[in-house]
Design a protein around this ligand. Sequence first.
Ligand SMILES: [Zn+2]
Ligand SMILES: [Zn+2]
Length: 321
Amino acid sequence: MSSASTDAAVLAKAVVRLDPISLRTKRFAALTTMILPLLGTAAAAYFLLTGRFTAVDLWLFAGMYFVHMFGITVGFHRYLAHKAFRTGPVFEAIMMITGSMGAQGPLMWWVTTHRRHHRFSDREGDPHSPNLHGRTLQQRLHGLWYAHMPWMLSDENSRWSVFAPDVLRDRRLMYFHRTYPVWVVSGVILPGLIGWTVEGSARSALTGVVFGGLARIFLANQAAWMVGSVCHAIGGRPFANEDRSANNWPVALLTFGEGLQNNHHAFPGSYRHGVTWLEPDLSGWILAGLGKVGVVRELREPSREQIQTKRERALSTKKAE
Ligand SMILES: [Zn+2]
Ligand SMILES: [Zn+2]
């Protein structure tokens, strides 16, 4: 079978069209986790411009940004979606809770969407490709915007039994899937509680929620969604993947390494997104450290030879063009 007809056969089984009630629920949840954090960001800007904030608020923002990005990149992405390493139940729980605090959807939705993205990268069936909307400048800009946010409102989901039967069978993981809203709300309230404990006033509880909860969700997710939009359009392509994935360093800095999409699509099972240690991949560095102290184990990464072979293939493709 040709790869196009294989794609079509997989695609026919891979996508679920949502009934009106499920679609309404999905859109309500997605819009709530976009609009409330946006309003919180406006409030944070107001507090910043009028001087109504303290150093604690800024620390809460930074600390919760770290927790959020760690949970999504190390937990949901490298551990759950790609199985790039193994660990025990306590660290797994920490990753699933912090990943859920990222408010990017319950973990089953995240994993199935992401695995479908890899299966169909930049071809029909990719849930968030910026490259399927036409070639004119206007169409490309529309594609970039669609791949950034509106794709989350689409009337289809990825089928769980096709993309994540392993997660579906895992009762521990499914517990964190079902309790997703609890963790999102906890991630908003927690910085408020810390602010209140440290500074002892109701106002510091409020600014804690605004900076460490809502503004953090909005800004961290804007960075994270650039991985799906910008990093499939703009950046370097050291490996000749069959998609438009690109290494974008500014996005990689903001997303703890996820912006190195070209590397990641070349070696999706690797716990590291940097092929060299100099590429900005904070999550890869953290995992290497956690591997040394035994918190995680069986970290997968490509061998030097595998990297070299793919590099050479990319060079010969460029020469042929
Ligand atoms: Zn990608
Ligand atoms: Zn991936």
